[in-house]
Ligand binder design. Structure first.
Ligand code: BYC
Length: 325
């Protein structure tokens, strides 16, 4: 007897609720597949577009050591994009199609990568706050119900946590330097604090996808829960560094055992998500031209793979012929 859709749906939900993994060949509801493709592709695009803000400082890093560290970090982000595109492909989509969706503006990438990097302190602040927010959001995704996504996230998180430490170490060095360097760090923190809070997505009462994604255990916590966790984690780190956050409402709430904080500018967030951020046009333009400039590499790799496959088939046929003699 074959299973009905209701049976399949019930079995699927049982696997999810038992905290087991859904794998690519398992039956899954269409909505689950679509949500995963949306979220993982958006995440992959963010990693790739996210190479640009820091990449902007590669040629101007103040020492060979800082340049080598920054180059390694930017390369790690490319790797994260690749693991995530591979995870998305297990859901039946093609990476070339996903790239088209990004450069044609049909799929989003994280709001945080639509802001300019104006000083070298931004490299440290991105490592500390942006990678810090990324870790907060992504560690729970290691337990996401979809196997290939959860497994990709484990490696991504290990590397992100290293990135966060390099950002903090860079800022510690600058904060023990000159007055001008300390001011540069504070100015950078002032620009990145609110956009970092926006990375967690809209408030829970305006997050259309959260409830279903939590029921499917793709997401493990709501946007507001993770935002709060990030604020609580960052305030003591700011004290150690000797910087402040640009929020007059930020204060310890003993009753809640957490920090109260102000409301991010959600109108700005909506504008950025719609593609009207300060560097949105430039970032997509750079991505499009990198894709076009790389067309010959893709064509050469495809031609090489086809030739290698033909040669392999010919060798196999010869070996088989020899075996019959
Ligand atoms: N930016 O219902 P909601 C990194 C969209 S890479 C833009 O709450 P969901 C790094 C959302 O897509 C960082 N759009 O959605 C890389 C939805 O629109 P659609 C990337 C956003 O999915 C290099 C609508 O708003 N991290 O850290 O349940 C160097 C309503 O939102 C944003 C990830 O992608 C945003 N910030 O929750 C350094 C993590 N927020 O698609 C660092 C994986 C929301 O319905 N993703 N939107 O048209 C997630 O965890 C979730 O997708 C989110 C949003 C928490 C981001």
């Amino acid at each position: 007897m074959t299973d009905t859709i209701d049976d399949l749906e019930r079995q699927f939900q049982q696997i999810v609720e038992a905290d087991q993994r859904i794998e690519p060949r398992d039956w899954m509801p269409d909505g689950y597949r679509k949500t995963l493709i949306r979220q993982i592709a958006q995440h992959a695009h963010s990693e790739i577009i996210g190479m640009q803000p820091e990449g902007n400082w590669l040629t101007r890093a103040p020492s060979l050591r800082r340049k080598a560290i920054l180059m390694a970090k930017v390369q790690d982000e490319a790797g994260h994009g690749l693991y995530l595109y591979s995870a998305t492909e297990t859901l039946g989509v093609d990476r070339a199609e996903l790239t088209e969706n990004l450069i044609e503006g049909r799929q989003k990438y994280s709001s945080i990568f639509n802001y300019p990097t104006l000083s070298f302190a931004d490299v440290g602040v991105i490592g500390w706050l942006v990678d810090g927010a990324a870790i907060c959001n992504q560690v729970p995704l290691c337990r996401s119900s979809y196997g290939p996504y959860g497994r990709a996230m484990i490696r991504v998180c290990k590397e992100e946590s290293f990135h966060q430490r390099q950002g903090f170490e860079l800022l510690m060095t600058m904060m023990s330097g000159t007055q001008a360097q300390r001011e540069m760090v504070q100015e950078s923190v002032n620009r990145w604090w609110w956009p970092s809070l926006m990375m967690f997505g809209p408030p829970d009462d305006r997050s259309p996808n959260s409830a279903q994604s939590m029921a499917w255990r793709i997401k493990r916590h709501t946007n507001d829960e993770l935002r709060q966790r990030f604020v609580d984690m960052s305030v003591p780190q700011a004290e150690i560094l000797g910087v402040t956050f640009p929020d007059p409402d930020l204060r310890w709430n003993a009753e809640r055992g957490s920090y109260d904080f102000g409301e991010p500018d959600w109108d700005e967030f909506m504008q950025v998500v719609k593609g009207n951020g300060a560097t949105s046009v430039e970032r997509l333009k750079n991505r499009r031209s990198a894709h076009e400039n790389g067309a010959w590499v893709r064509a050469a790799a495809t031609a090489f793979a086809a030739r290698a496959a033909t040669a392999f088939a010919a060798r196999a046929a010869t070996a088989e012929g020899a075996g019959h003699e």
